[in-house]
Design a protein around this ligand. Structure first.
Ligand code: 5U1
Length: 677
């Protein structure tokens, strides 16, 4: 009787194992391939643990495609070599429009075809090319590109990458299918990994590409499993059996349906115009993409044309990589100066032999602080890598290994502020050294005014850093209040100004006289009070007097405010000088009441994403409105997004929102929502 009972239980457990495996694989597909998860991570973990426990009870029921089989194999002594069935090619590069035109001419001449050709355009990921082999739908082997003919067997390691399916979904795939693509480390995972390494005093990775390469080439797959790697496929290699479509774009769609992740920015385009506009659009999005890229790739879409074009040496004639300007270059540090910031923070700045990087010539780069200088062991005279990505200030990344000459000099923190001569203090446990001069220090005063005028603060159009410096230097302004008492003729007399510019500046200053409370708080430049904290303060207290009167305990009840920020706020408002400036400032400006009061959190629980150019407000203003109404504003569209607020020239976020069925609204729609409820 007991035997029958246990047999019955075994059958039930067996069915449950199959079900759990299918469920987990489906949720992986939704998460990694469609980027549209249906369950939270905690629920996935619960199902995973249940499967693990059942498999422990019935090891004979474990299959090769079980999600539990991704981790835990034994370390290898060495990687074995694998000869690729078909060599893995590389791509030729172009760096300019002229070179791209030459590529187009070569193709059209060879094909004797004058009409516009269709291309598949794809971001060029900065990762590691790999080949994955599926036999009858089951993942059996992964290899690195190596020299193109032979690579290393990294099957165990690739198995640990959750984005790589262990079994293909659906049907209709060829009996043998070799998929090629890029293993990469998403930026967020890379930052997390380096943050943890720093906290533990371990070595950090230089960039996501190196981190991905270092992680994939581990003999112990348990180390790889702990690294946040991902994968996008971009082509096929060897194929046996029927089933593949006849264009590059439709093959990628097929691969996606079979469970392989494809980069969402892939697009079918036409002719050189289409290529250039894709290049521009991806370059604009580059910093916001969750992964590093170094250019885009255009591939002739029709396979029949690809076959006709063939190959040269190790690259196809039918594809080209259009590279972005390099973001890292090498140059020498000639000297180091120390700059004083708004809060007195002293930043070492490397003066460089000028170098063209990220599309501009760079002569200065930040060294961040003395701890960073020590960690990177940078010295004056060293040859260093400079990185300039997007709008970020160029930075010294590292010394070029093996390049140090004997005559280098160590970088020393000065004892006194280079601007006002006050003592420099370095508080134990803090990386940043500070000038103790406060507002005696002209540098701190100047930086405070620059911050006040900046776009996210009072947004005084035309009052750039150089002009602030000029006016401080000329003794026209000492505090931010002086901006509102400027004399037109005095401004017009400044170098490079004139009557019209001076009038425009006065108009812009006057336009800033009606800030929201949040903007004004942010503009005051209190240490550690960024835009979000300023908004929380404005929302919680509603007026400046209440904020100034709040004690440390009360401040800490507010979102984003911990003991350190609370201390900075108290300290700021305790300074008699700041009191005086605020009192004078309040005579010049008129704080606007928030459109939505803090009692009407009508959008609480709703998540918005904002994209494109809005007509009546900036994206920051829209975000402020939404947050004031209790909504969450996120940077990327997912299944959890409730609304996409889309303006002119909305790009991939709009496409994605439509794909996921997210409601898309314009500014009128936003106003209607804010007035509802
Ligand atoms: N997106 C993309 N990257 N990438 C790299 N496509 C692509 N194709 C490649 C390489 C090396 O090679 C083709 C020849 C398949």
């Amino acid at each position: 009787m007991a035997g029958i009972e246990s047999g019955k239980q075994q059958k039930i457990d067996g069915l449950r194992i199959t079900k759990l495996r299918e469920q987990l694989n489906r949720h992986s597909y939704l998460y990694y391939v469609l980027d549209s998860p249906e369950i939270p991570d905690s629920e996935y973990d619960r199902l995973y643990r249940e499967l693990q426990q059942l498999e422990q009870k019935y090891p004979e029921l474990i299959t090769a495609d079980s999600p539990t089989q991704r981790v835990g194999e034994q370390p290898l002594d060495a990687f074995t070599q694998i000869t690729h069935r078909i060599p893995m090619l590389s791509l030729d590069n172009v760096f300019s429009e002229d070179e791209l035109e030459a590529f187009f001419k070569r193709i059209h001449d060879r094909l004797e075809f004058n009409d516009e050709l269709e291309f598949n355009a794809e971001p060029k990921l900065d990762g590691l090319a790999v080949s994955l082999v599926y036999e009858n739908g089951l993942f059996v082997q992964a290899a690195t590109r190596g020299d193109g003919a032979t690579g290393e067997d990294v099957t165990q390691n690739v198995k640990t990458i959750h984005a790589v399916p262990l079994r293909l979904r659906g049907e209709g795939f060829p009996r043998l299918l070799e998929v090629r693509g890029e293993v990469f480390m998403p930026k967020a995972g890379f930052n997390r990994l380096n943050k943890t390494a720093l906290e533990k005093g371990e070595k950090t990775f230089v960039n996501p590409r190196n981190a991905a390469a270092g992680s994939l080439r581990q003999l112990d797959p348990r180390i790889t499993a702990a690294r946040p790697l991902s994968f996008y496929c971009y082509s096929t290699g060897a194929v046996e059996g029927e089933g593949l479509a006849s264009t590059q774009n439709s093959i990628l769609l097929q691969l996606q349906q079979w469970g392989l992740p494809v980069c969402p920015e892939v697009k079918r385009i036409k002719g050189i115009k289409g290529c250039l506009s894709y290049y521009d659009s991806i370059q604009r999005q580059r910093d916001d993409l969750p992964y590093d890229i170094d250019g885009v790739v255009y591939k002739v879409n029709e396979l029949k044309w690809q076959q006709k074009l063939g190959f040269v040496a190790r690259a196809p004639r039918w594809a080209i990589a259009h590279k972005f300007p390099a973001q890292e270059e090498i140059t020498r540090i000639s000297s180091v100066d120390f700059q004083v910031g708004r809060t007195g923070a002293i930043t070492p700045v490397a003066r460089l032999e000028p170098v063209f990087v990220g599309g501009v010539t760079v002569s200065n780069a930040t060294l961040h602080n003395m701890d960073e200088i020590e960690r990177k062991d940078v010295r004056i005279g060293d040859r260093v890598f400079i990185r300039r990505a997007g709008d970020v200030i160029p930075e010294v990344v590292r010394v070029v290994p093996g390049s140090r000459k004997e005559k280098v000099r160590r970088i020393k923190l000065p004892e006194r502020c280079p601007v006002c001569g006050s003592d420099i203090e370095r508080i134990e446990g803090e990386a940043v050294a500070r000038c103790t001069g406060g507002l005696i220090c002209k540098a701190q005063r100047t930086e405070a005014i620059k911050h006040f005028a900046s776009r996210k603060a009072m947004d005084i159009d035309g009052l750039g850093d150089k002009l602030v410096e000029q006016m401080v230097e000329a003794g026209m302004i000492e505090t931010v209040v002086d901006l509102y008492r400027l004399d037109l003729e005095e401004i017009a007399a400044l170098e490079r100004m004139g009557q019209k510019s001076a009038e425009n500046l006065i108009a812009a200053i006057n336009a800033s006289r009606k800030p929201t409370l949040a903007k004004l708080i942010y503009a005051l430049g209190i240490r550690e009070v960024g835009e979000a904290t300023a908004r929380s303060l404005a929302l919680a207290y509603g007026d400046l007097d209440s904020i100034m009167g709040a004690d440390e305990e009360a401040l800490q009840q507010i979102q984003d405010i911990g003991p350190i920020v609370a201390k900075h706020i108290i300290h700021f408002f305790a300074q008699p000088h700041n009191h005086k400036v605020i009192a004078q400032l309040l005579k010049e400006v008129d704080i606007q009441q928030p459109v939505v009061s803090r009692d009407r959190q009508i959008l609480s629980g709703k998540t918005f994403v904002i994209t494109g150019t809005l007509a009546d407000m900036t994206r920051d203003e829209a975000r402020e409105l939404l947050q004031a109404a209790g909504a969450k504003v996120s940077g990327s569209v997912s299944a959890k997004t409730d609304y996409l607020l889309a303006g002119e020239k909305a790009g991939s976020k709009l496409t994605r929102a439509k794909k996921l069925g997210v409601e898309v609204i314009d500014e009128a729609g936003l106003r209607a929502l804010l007035q509802s409820g």
